[in-house]
Design a protein around this ligand. Structure first.
Ligand code: MN
Length: 280
């Protein structure tokens, strides 16, 4: 089994026929997609995710099914010829629009209502060269938790959709980022195997109005939704602004390498299994 379509379909109590009707195809096609004999293209991922009420990354990632996705009212869209994706994600807590272009120039337009988070997401775009639009409206009157976490989910999901079946990517990336007295190392595997190692400590509870404990939440949400094994380690540092900013810049630089098309293997999935995700 190379994908989780059948698992998610059964979990939703749908027959192949039911799912076929929801996404406007035949049960034969659903059967081919479930068995892996038909390629799970970006377009199919988007159609099936809508039909199953899940996130596109859930179709292939090892991730536990996220009930939050069932609140989605607008399906994600992507262009199968370009590595772009748009996500409109809405729950009772947040409404978030995200657009990404993996082959961009680092142009961004970011507005989350949290000044410090905007500053970090702008760094992410600028240093990954991924074009990034983020417009988030969250329940900031409660606290910044939902908006921070859901922004990480939405950006991660958009990256997952834009990557499609991940054919041709370099897959691994690593960066060591100094900022004055601070040094941070980020290493990642765009593997469809979500995992976060977070070895980052802060000595202040807040940066701007933002609780420093929320940065781990953002990175966890992003790694999970994007299907990325992500290790972030602050090796040393004093200034809390530098520490967190070096984490985002490290993610950006490592991601830029990993999602780049490898010119020596541009038509294959970089795994001896022929597919990314599942067990090693
Ligand atoms: Mn800064």
């Amino acid at each position: 089994m190379t994908n989780r379509i059948q698992h998610l379909r059964k979990q939703s109590g749908l027959s192949q026929q039911d799912l076929a009707e929801r996404v406007g195809t035949t049960n034969q096609q659903i059967s081919y997609l479930e068995s892996g004999s038909r390629k799970l293209t970006q377009e199919w991922m988007l159609r099936l995710a809508t039909g199953l009420g899940c996130g596109p990354a859930d179709l292939i990632a090892n991730a536990p099914f996220s009930p939050a996705y069932s609140n989605r009212i607008t399906a994600p869209t992507g262009d199968s010829n370009m590595r772009t994706a748009t996500i409109d994600r809405r729950t009772k807590e947040t409404a978030i629009h995200v657009a990404v272009n993996l082959d961009g120039t680092g142009e961004y337009s970011v507005s989350t209502g949290i000044g410090f988070l905007d500053h970090m997401l702008e760094q992410l775009s600028r240093h990954s060269l991924i074009d990034l639009e983020v417009a988030a409206k969250g329940d900031l009157h409660i606290d910044f938790h939902h908006t921070t976490e859901d922004t990480g989910i939405a950006i991660g999901e958009a990256v997952a959709v834009a990557l499609g079946d991940r054919a041709g990517i370099t897959r691994y990336g690593a960066a060591q980022i100094p900022m004055d007295e601070t040094l941070t190392r980020v290493t990642l595997d765009v593997s469809n195997r979500p995992y976060l190692i977070w070895k980052v400590d802060f000595t202040r509870p807040k940066l701007g109005e933002m609780d420093t404990e929320l940065f781990r939440e953002w990175f966890q949400a992003f790694a999970q939704a994007a299907g990325i094994t992500l290790h972030v380690e602050n090796i040393y540092g004093e200034n809390n602004h530098h520490i967190v900013e070096s984490c985002y810049k490290g993610l950006a630089r490592a991601l830029r390498q990993a999602v780049d098309i490898d010119p020596r293997k541009s038509d294959t999935v970089p795994s001896t299994k022929g597919v990314l995700g599942g067990s090693l």
